[in-house]
Write a protein that binds this ligand. Sequence first.
Ligand code: MN
Ligand code: MN
Length: 472
Amino acid sequence: MAEKSKLEELFYKRKNAWEVLGDKGMKETKVFCDEYKEFLDLSKTEREFTKNTVALLDKLGFISIKNAFETGQNIHPGDKVYYVGGKKSVIISIVGKESILKGINMVGTHIDSPRLDLKPIPIYEEMELAYLKTHYYGGVRKYQWLSIPLAIHGTVIKKDGTEVNICVGEKEDDPVFIITDLLPHLAKEQNDKKLGEAFPGESLNVLTGSIPFKDEDIKQTVKLKVLEYLNRELGITEKDFISAEVQIVPALKARDIGFDRSMIGSYAHDDRVCSYSALRAILSAGLCKKTTLCYLADKEEIGSVGNTGAQSDMLEYFAAMLLELTEEKSSDVWLKQLLHNSTMLSGDVNAAFDPAYKNVFEKNNSVFLGKGVGISKYTGSRGKAGASDASCELVHKITTLLDENGIVWQIGELGKIDEGGGGTIAKFAAKLGIEVLDIGVPLLGMHSPYEVASKVDIIMCYKAFEAFMKSN
Ligand code: MN
Ligand code: MN
């Protein structure tokens, strides 16, 4: 009979990542997560994430690839470039030592998150209370947005073309906003309804004011008071909301969770946790053998649509410019060669096993909080529909790389087969011939206004991206 230790090697066992983190690792995790929390609070929309990222890149000497392309400026190994799509998505790259035609090591994530968008004509008044009408964006459980403090973030293009950025509800002395909930005393009828039907989309109206404007001839006086405030403070009119992108997000700051401070609660870990980790990874990996790339896409939560989503040709456009500027090759077949030789880690969050809702998970094939960065060979729903399904060769390559670098990882599916499912940007990269594997941080309460991530999974995610960028 074989030795006991040999027999134990026959099992696959998940590790608790905290147990392998030494003192140095603990310190590194704390510092990284403190910086992440700060970035989260400043980047609650994709536009804010983009703006803050670009400010950082400019400071670090990155240049616009579009400018380089337009001026015919060649780029060389070690050069750092970026492209901004529609102020809501970014592609970042550091040119590697070997030819780009041998492929790029990419990490692709998304920087949009579920939220409530304002309708084009949002302001109305009822019974002398002023409200904003919203249209929810992405997979939102509507009841979670009631009775919590809300902030307003957005961009308005005024009649004269000037841009006004709105951010109210984040500073300590700012007012916040709210969608009121029904009191239990009068909720009998609502309680009898199915959860999915009890909170219609049209009921998500944000309370914004209650003092009337003093003018006996004007009927909508509370609404006017709000309009007057907006005009005085921001110089905008009701019509300006037509050319605006304004989002209602939780007015909550990212904070440590638990006596041991092992977790972070925040709005929009999905998918800023992978996006921030990818951004930090490309910066710390620096000049590598392969060209590295970080794709921060928009619109994933509504199907990666639009000209800033991963279904757009932004990645191809970027790769084509890079190819022209490094290799002076512009034909389509060379671009395809480059893309087909490339590999992407599709960084997105996954649903962590939640002991409070065990029955929707399959224990053997779930990811768990604190057990490292989570790999998903495939996503999808109803029989893998909509999945990219990574090759077993790529799963082997990446898991081996993580093992060699002492990075704790786990593998899992998103819940039980017939409970639902989800997707990522993986399939859109795969469509271009890129080998893709889904990987990211497990979350509790995904898509809620306050999602929970484990700090140790976040640091492992960052380390996984960095090791991948540096790999051959
Ligand atoms: Mn996501
Ligand atoms: Mn999502």
